[in-house]
Design a protein around this ligand. Structure first.
Ligand SMILES: [Zn+2]
Length: 277
């Protein structure tokens, strides 16, 4: 959390708020939140304009008007909130606020993170690819069904772990992996190369559809995810298995179960998602 749909919503919202805006002031309240030397970071970011804001997997990339770009990873609980200082709402700065960027128009971008795994990092534009490519594989929204099935066949890995491995394909996290496997009727512990062709196709299109549905609903607000205007996403209302243990499956009426796989809570329906012997 946040996953591809949440990060995509943040990027789209930020484009509307801060594109072309000039950063007047940078405040780092917690050194740990910034992966660069604090002075260096501040010096490079201050005075820049925002040229573009984009997403790569779960990374937010802000292109600055100099040779640098600012990367933000929200990890578990990170938030990017846009506050308009002309309005008297949503202006709280608390102990979980780690960085603030102030713009010329009296707006500010606030980086807040309760669990402190998220971070900011600037990188030279010509070094960005070198930083990202070992960490972030092709984006789920950019891959074809063919590319997806080729990887599943060749990797021979437990499907859920494979879906979550950002180095293979990027953007999916626990929520949408669980929901996609349920929609496709695949047990999360199935070995990827054992999944029949037809089911691989079904999984691919389930992922694509669920990600689009979640983007359109503003993402899922379970835990701390908020959009930059502090509003919540609505896709959590449409989850059928994620955090639904004990609830009745709408397809087969069995009860949804929760198991731990690779230390992550995994939700599935024992009726619809059978582990083949
Ligand atoms: Zn079921």
């Amino acid at each position: 959390m946040p996953e591809l749909p949440e990060v995509e919503n943040i990027v789209r919202d930020l484009r509307r708020k801060i594109l072309t805006k000039k950063i007047l002031k940078v405040l780092i309240l917690s050194d740990k939140a910034v992966k660069n030397n604090k002075k260096f970071f501040t010096k490079k970011v201050k005075g820049c304009e925002i040229e573009d804001i984009r997403r790569r997997g779960k990374f937010i990339i802000i292109d600055l008007s100099n040779d640098y770009c600012l990367m933000i990873h929200l990890k578990m609980t990170g938030q990017l909130l846009y506050q308009d200082l002309n309005q008297a709402v949503n202006q709280t700065i608390d102990k979980h606020t780690h960085a603030i960027f102030e713009f010329k128009n009296k707006g500010r971008l606030v980086f807040r993170d309760i669990r402190r795994f998220g971070y900011l990092k600037i990188e030279k534009k010509d070094k960005l690819e070198g930083f990202l490519s070992p960490r972030v594989g092709p984006d789920y929204l950019d891959i074809s069904c063919r590319e997806f099935s080729d990887v599943l066949i060749s990797r021979r890995r437990m499907i859920k772990g494979l879906l979550l491995d950002q180095k293979i394909f990027s953007g999916l996290g626990n929520i949408y992996a669980c929901e996609s496997l349920y929609r496709a009727g695949i047990h999360p512990q199935t070995t990827s190369s054992d999944i029949k062709k037809k089911k691989v196709r079904k999984l691919y299109y389930s992922i694509q559809d669920i990600l689009q549905e979640a983007i359109n609903k503003g993402g899922s607000s379970v835990g701390d995810y908020l959009r930059p205007d502090s509003s919540k996403g609505r896709h959590q209302q449409y989850h059928l298995v994620y955090r639904k243990e004990g609830k009745v499956c709408p397809k087969c009426k069995r009860r949804i179960e929760r198991v731990k796989i690779n230390n992550r809570g995994t939700f599935f329906c024992p009726g619809c998602q059978k582990l083949a012997p």
